[in-house]
Design a protein around this ligand. Structure first.
Ligand SMILES: [Zn+2]
Length: 59
């Protein structure tokens, strides 16, 4: 039951680079993670919300 395929290019995975087929695809996945999810800092959202609340009270 080793039908796993690389989530990036859908080729058969290499046990050495599981769950990817090569180091390249592992890097691609990592890069996506960093450039995608990591670009939205949650603390900024928190700040915005707090400021909005303040404005509400003032107005
Ligand atoms: Zn791949």
């Amino acid at each position: 039951m080793s039908n796993a395929t690389c989530p990036i290019c859908h080729r058969p995975t290499d046990p050495q680079f599981r769950p990817f087929c090569s180091r390249h695809c592992a890097d691609v996945d990592l890069g996506r993670w960093f450039s995608g999810t990591y670009r939205f800092p949650s603390f900024r959202q928190d700040n915005d919300e707090e400021q909005d609340e303040y404005r509400d009270r003032e107005g």
